[in-house]
Write a protein that binds this ligand. Sequence first.
Ligand SMILES: [Zn+2]
Length: 316
Amino acid sequence: MKSAVPLRLALALAPLAMSASAFAQTMDFDKVAIITEQMAPNLYILSGSAGLDPSHDDAAGGRIGVLAGPDGILMVDAQYAQLSDKVLAAIRRISAGPIRFLVNTHIHRDHTAGNAAFARMGAVIFAREELRDGMLRIAKSPNAAGNPLADPAALPVVTYGMGPPVSIHLDGETVDLIPVRAAHTGGDTMIRFANADVIMIGDFYRNYGYPFIDTNNGGSLKGMLEALDYTMKLSGPDTRLVPGHGTIIKRDDIVPYRDMISATTEKVRGLIAQGRTLDQVLAAKVTASYDAKLAGSTSASSDRFVAEMYEELKGK
Ligand SMILES: [Zn+2]
């Protein structure tokens, strides 16, 4: 019985493990268009077009932020490596200035695989120490060949831990790199544009499919709940919160999301207390009351979320 649990978890997590590599490789990057949305006079968000990325049908890859002005360009995240030319073309429609800084919200390749291309253009990459360590681990793994995250140029040059935010003053904007305790991954950062009143929050909030706690990369349920509380504390009522995927939200939109995670946590905790196995917990369909309301909800996305939650709660 004991060996069945990790196997079942492995199966539940399999679609996700593939989402970063196998899925991305099978998607048709030629068809992806980069859509630009202006958030403030000098701040833009770039997204890949919908219906092409099997990992996130709503938009291909993770959102990119572009702060542009007389001091040059700061980017948040760098998309899939296959889209670097299109991303650069979209940036050039905004500004001809030098791309000076690139900040990563977290390690996933739909946010970081373009790092090397932009570093070669002169961008200095900022990220959490944990993110850099994760890339070094990938570079040492037996199947590192061809992985854009294993390219030494992809590595962050400036790293930081859980201390106070790192602030970058550029183009009349104050950009705060705010570290988040292990949430979606172990190396998450929120990026706040103080004057624009915009925070790019990465993937610890997700309104397309169920939350993803990437425990293989150091993520945790506890940290995800903490990060959501922290985001609500940092935000005013009109602050625009830009997740890596899904729709742009405001502070109050976090409340039902956090409540869903808390309620699901309590259900799973109760089933664990009754001695239920992972298979039994998954069969109990504890997210059923949310499935119809949640865009991008699939049973694979629910099972992955519940399995990660089960493992973390069971471990305590
Ligand atoms: Zn992610």
